[in-house]
Write a protein that binds this ligand. Structure first.
Ligand SMILES: [Cu+2]
Length: 66
């Protein structure tokens, strides 16, 4: 089990939070997604999660990952 935090730009409201949670939650191995709108962070917990897959999922949802 690992936890990784990503800085995400463009999340402005609760809909963005839900969209990111849904997108990242669908990535293989992900078991938990926490989003802080105030901090602009997405914290992903899971097993054997490919970091690139998480970044791609966030980008596909329409947000920028730093
Ligand atoms: Cu929004």
């Amino acid at each position: 089990m690992t936890t990784e935090t990503f800085q995400v730009k463009g999340m402005t409201c609760n809909h963005c939070v839900m969209a990111v949670k849904k997108a990242v939650g669908a990535v293989d191995g992900v078991s938990g997604v926490e989003v802080s709108l105030a901090e602009g962070t997405v914290t992903v917990t899971g097993t054997d999660v490919a970091k690139e897959d998480v970044i791609q999922a966030i980008r596909d949802a329409g947000y920028e990952v730093e």
